[in-house]
Ligand binder design. Structure first.
Ligand SMILES: [Zn+2]
Length: 99
């Protein structure tokens, strides 16, 4: 099982066959009470990646006590995944220059 730390909280990443918010279907959901990030099973890999980043960004903003709109989370998650796909980001993860 994969996990991510967002601040002091460890989230389990779990797959679900169905995710809803009321009557609205979802492809991802973060639950800071149970410590779960849920993604719908069977998503194309690139959609799952955007959905996971979307929920992680929600978690970062919630952890920082920031009110935020769904639109900003959607914009940042799509932009971030695109950025990661187009750039060699090793030095950004380690803080060290590639030789
Ligand atoms: Zn959202």
């Amino acid at each position: 099982m994969q996990t991510v730390m967002i601040g002091p909280i460890k989230y389990k990443i779990v797959q679900r066959d169905e995710l809803v918010d009321g009557n609205d279907p979802l492809i991802g959901q973060i639950d800071n009470l149970s410590g779960e990030i849920r993604v719908m099973s069977g998503l194309a890999p690139q959609i799952e990646r955007v959905a996971l980043w979307h929920e992680i960004i929600h978690g970062i903003l919630m952890g920082a006590g920031q009110k935020h709109s769904e639109g900003i989370v959607e914009a940042v998650s799509h932009g971030l995944v695109d950025f990661l796909n187009r750039n060699d980001c090793g030095f950004l993860l380690t803080g060290e220059e590639d030789e």
